[in-house]
Design a protein. Structure first.
Length: 94
């Protein structure tokens, strides 16, 4: 599946997860694999191809990837598995 595509939605009523990433980012690959292993749908946004997304991250003061956004508001910066698990529970994704 190419960049900027939404992964198959496991449950349409669940909040959307966005992963801002790059092709070369190892932690981004780990984050995507982690969500896939849990059966959680996500949208991948490659910030090297989507300049508006890159600008949005910069305006938020976020440098580096991955940046994982839950339900359009809560953000985890980096592949912080304990924090990701907290967000998964808070957003009823698991």
């Amino acid at each position: 599946m190419s960049d900027d595509q939404t992964k198959p939605n496991v449950n349409a009523s669940k909040p959307k997860v966005k992963i801002f990433s790059t092709n070369w980012c190892g932690f981004c690959k780990m984050a995507k694999a982690y969500f896939e292993s849990k059966g959680i749908a996500y949208e991948e946004i490659n910030i090297e191809e989507d300049q508006s997304a890159a600008m949005w991250l910069e305006n938020q003061g976020l440098r580096g990837v991955p940046v994982i956004q839950f339900d359009g508001k809560d953000i985890v910066h980096g592949f912080d598995r304990p924090q990701i698990d907290i967000m998964i529970r808070e957003h009823n994704l698991a």
